[in-house]
Structure formats: structure tokens, C-alpha cells
Design a protein around this ligand. Structure first.
Ligand code: GDP
Length: 446
């Protein structure tokens, strides 16, 4: 089965471990042997580096045999919890925020090999910071590929951020100097400099970066790495850190069929945190790296918090409260339904949205396409009907079992609390806002 969610293989590999503990009363030295083997295999197949896997497995088994019997918690759930906590720790624990300069512009220097998504990240990052109310400027420093400068200018226009260029005849360190002066004159908050990548690490590139770094005295030096390179990403971060000194990494292409090795290895191997992740080619597809959410996603718990955040972006709090009241008093009607589905549609592609919902990790891309089609069909049907038509009754008839399913979803959210810390308002929001409406096409037309 192809899974719509990234890390799908890792998720199923780990699931195999929990499954072996079904029916056990307590975790013992003996009954965790097999599950630990599954965990080890799953991590290696996800291309996590061997020493990291060894330490991880050791830490998990030490804790697993130590926990004893906890009332009400089954051994398989206990193991999930231990693995979850260790995964979070492995990825650095807390989210690692970008640092901003207190005096003068914050300077962010981006480095990375060719094709990893560095130029794209420049513009995405500017877009991201602009949304936080910061003024940004980009500096085009990739003098070896004239196309890279053009690309940056186009992307800058797209996100509405000025781009400083000086052509390809000027040395990158000189461009950096001029660009920074310009930014100071214009009282820009954040300057982001793109640099030239190479296909592989080489001395020319490192020397150039060192020079640029000296001129810029950057607040952040971020290495852009491609998640598809697995544990190689961690090795690269280490090398760049030793050579030029970096403050963190940005992991790109996490939307592809990345196996997880990069996300899990970078911090542990290099000591440097992943600060941001790229999840697609659109300018909006850049987010902070949350170790706890990532762990939740790897464990197939979906990424409820990211989901809520996205939902909040497209849905106003008042609307949610009104909806809540309507559902409670059984006044929720098809117009509300339509409003909901449209709000959900604004959250992005359905594949991504569904990947974030707990328990929906097993939905295949084909099913998603089918659902999207059904959703359009349903919209058309709803728009065509008047209360009392046969169509109305037909949909109502099918909607009832679906409503029951929504309740199941809500209880699933409540179960999740043992893995992810929610505050109460988030819980209430999730349960009542019923974004589960998304699931309706699967049920209504199946
Ligand atoms: P650079 O050589 O490092 O500057 O790489 P570019 O920024 O030119 O990106 C190389 C390719 O990767 C382009 O086609 C981008 O659209 C694509 N790309 C960049 N980031 C992402 C990402 O997060 N996800 C996906 N799917 N593609 C990306």
C-alpha cells in the first residue's frame, strides 16, 4: 500500500513493533526483544545513521524494562510513549527558533550544495518573515549561475521582497558588503544572502563562504540540506559546521518520499538543530521544525497541532464558535457544510491535509483523488438542491452514519492527549470544529 504520508515506511515498520505486544500484560526483557528488533530495522531502513540507531535502541530498551506495570496503560502503548519521547529528544527536544539581531539588521547567510532548494528557501524565508511583520531583502550571491540570480529576482518579486544584485562579475564577498550597506540604508530588518552551491563539497566553495561570512558577520548561518539524502544530510551539516561554523540547518523536500533519516540524524550527529523545514515548492511551504510534532507524525499520530494552526489560518475563531453551537443544537446544515469544506480546501492540497489527520495515514493518494472528486460532486449537489428534494433526503440518509464517525474521530483526538500536550481550548476546538467534515466524502459515497 502506498501511503500518502511521508515517512510511511518508517511508520509501518514501527507499528509492527507495537503489534507484537498486543495481549501482553507487562513489558519484560523477553517480550521486548522482537519489538526492539523491529524498531532497529525500521530506523535503519529509514536511513538513520547506525550509531544513532544503536544509542536510540539502547535508550528505549533500558526504559521499557524499567517501567513495570502502569494501571490502565497497555504495554504496546507504553512502548509507543517511550519511543515518542526518545524521538523528540533525538530531534533536539524543543523547537529551535531563529535568532534576531538586537542592533542593526539580522543577517542570515544560506549555504548548501547545488539543487537542494537554497534559492527557493531564500524567498520562502523572506515570505515567512514578512508575515511576521519584518522587512526583508535578498542578496543574490550565486555568481556562477546567472540563471540563479534571475530566479531569485523572480521569486523576490513573487513574495514582494527587494533583491540586491550586482551581476556575475563581482566577487560574492563584495556583493555581500554592498548589499548589507544598502540594507542598512533602507533600515531593512532581515537580510538573507543566497550563495553559490556546488555539486559536491569543495575548497573553493568553502573559502568563498568563509570570506562572505567574515564580511557579513551573520546572525544565522543556515545550511540548506535535502531530506532525500537521508543520513548523508547529517554528514554534510557536520562538515559545513567544522569548516565554516553554522548555526543550524534547513531541511527541504520533506514533502517527497523522504524516509526520515535526515530529520532523525542531523541534530544527534552534528550537534546543530534543524530550524526550519521545506515541504513543497510553493512559497508558503516553509515551517519551523517541531520535534514533538514530527515524532507524532512518524508514529502515525498525524500532526494535529500543525493541522490546527493551518485550520486557524483559514477559519476565524467566531466562525468556529458559531459552528460549535450549531452542531450542539443539531442546526448544522448543508450550507455550513459547504462553508467548512471550502475552508478546508483553502488549507492546501487534500493529500497534505489528510496526512496531518491522525489515523488517516493509511489513506492512499488514489483515495484522496477520489475524495476530492466526491467533494466537488457533493458541492454541486448541495448547490442544486432545495430542502425537501429527494437529493436532500438521500444525502441526509447517508450523512447520519457519517456523523457517528465524527464522534469516533473526536474520541481518537482525546486518546492522542497521552502523546501530545494540548491545552483545553485546542481540544474543544478540535472536537467541535469538526474538521472531520473532510472525512465525509469517504463515508458519504462509499
Ligand atoms: P538551489 O540550487 O539549491 O538554489 O535549488 P533551487 O532553489 O533552484 O531548487 C531546486 C529544485 O527543488 C527546484 O525545482 C525547486 O522547486 C525544488 N524545491 C525546493 N524546495 C523544495 C521542497 O521543499 N519541496 C519540493 N518538492 N521541491 C523543492
Amino acid at each position: 500500500v502506498v501511503r500518502a504520508e511521508m515517512f510511511g515506511q518508517l511508520t509501518s515498520g514501527l507499528e509492527a513493533a507495537w503489534t507484537k505486544l498486543k495481549g501482553e500484560e507487562v513489558l519484560t526483557k523477553e517480550n521486548i526483544v522482537e519489538p526492539m528488533r523491529d524498531i532497529r530495522r525500521a530506523l535503519l531502513e529509514a536511513d538513520v545513521s547506525l550509531p544513532v540507531v544503536r544509542r536510540f535502541v539502547q535508550a528505549v530498551s533500558d526504559q521499557a524494562v524499567g517501567v513495570g506495570l502502569i494501571r490502565g496503560v497497555k504495554p504496546d502503548q507504553q512502548l509507543v510513549k517511550i519511543v515518542n519521547d526518545e524521538l523528540v529528544k533525538l530531534m533536539g527536544g524543543e523547537v529551535s527558533e531563529l535568532v534576531f539581531s538586537k542592533s542593526g539588521p539580522t543577517v542570515i547567510l544560506l549555504a548548501g550544495l547545488q539543487g537542494v532548494g537554497k534559492t527557493t528557501v531564500c524567498a520562502k524565508l523572506a515570505n515567512y518573515l514578512k508575515k511576521q511583520g519584518k522587512s526583508c531583502m535578498l542578496i543574490a550571491g550565486d555568481v556562477y549561475r546567472p540563471a540563479a540570480i534571475d530566479q531569485l529576482v523572480i521569486l523576490g518579486e513573487q513574495v514582494g521582497v527587494p533583491v540586491y544584485t550586482a551581476g556575475t562579475e563581482v566577487k560574492p564577498s563584495e556583493i555581500a558588503k554592498q548589499g548589507l550597506e544598502e540594507a542598512k540604508k533602507k533600515k531593512i530588518d532581515v537580510v538573507i544572502m543566497d550563495t553559490a552551491g556546488r555539486l559536491q563539497i569543495d575548497k573553493g566553495m568553502m573559502d568563498e563562504l568563509k570570506e562572505v561570512k567574515k564580511v557579513l558577520n551573520p546572525t544565522e548561518v543556515l545550511l540548506v540540506v535535502d531530506a532525500m539524502t537521508g543520513q548523508e544530510a547529517a554528514a554534510l551539516v557536520t562538515t559545513f559546521n567544522v569548516e565554516i561554523g553554522i548555526t543550524g540547518a534547513i531541511l527541504t523536500k520533506l514533502d517527497g518520499d523522504s524516509r526520515g533519516g535526515a530529520a532523525l540524524s542531523v541534530k544527534e550527529v552534528s550537534g546543530k538543530p534543524i530550524k526550519l523545514v521545506g515541504r513543497g515548492e510553493r512559497m508558503e511551504d516553509l515551517e519551523p521544525f517541531y520535534p514533538d510534532r514530527m515524532a507524532g507524525r512518524i508514529l502515525g499520530m498525524g500532526d494535529v497541532l500543525s493541522f490546527v494552526e493551518k485550520a486557524q489560518e483559514v477559519m476565524r475563531q467566531e466562525d468556529a464558535e458559531e459552528l460549535q453551537k450549531k452542531i450542539m443544537s443539531a442546526k448544522f446544515d448543508f450550507n455550513d457544510f459547504l462553508k467548512q469544506t471550502r475552508a478546508v480546501a483553502r488549507m492546501g492540497s487534500m493529500t497534505r491535509v489528510i496526512g496531518m489527520i491522525p489515523g488517516m495515514g493509511k489513506v492512499t493518494p488514489a483515495q484522496v483523488r477520489e475524495a476530492e472528486k466526491n467533494l466537488k460532486l457533493m458541492e454541486a449537489m448541495i448547490e442544486a438542491m432545495t430542502p425537501g428534494t429527494a437529493m436532500y433526503n438521500h444525502i441526509m440518509y447517508h450523512a447520519l452514519p457519517w456523523m457517528v464517525d465524527c464522534r469516533c474521530f473526536a474520541s481518537r483526538i482525546t486518546q492522542l492527549e497521552q502523546y501530545i500536550k494540548f491545552d483545553e481550548s485546542v481540544c474543544a476546538y478540535l472536537e467541535t470544529m469538526s474538521l472531520v467534515l473532510l472525512l465525509s466524502p469517504f463515508i458519504l459515497f462509499s
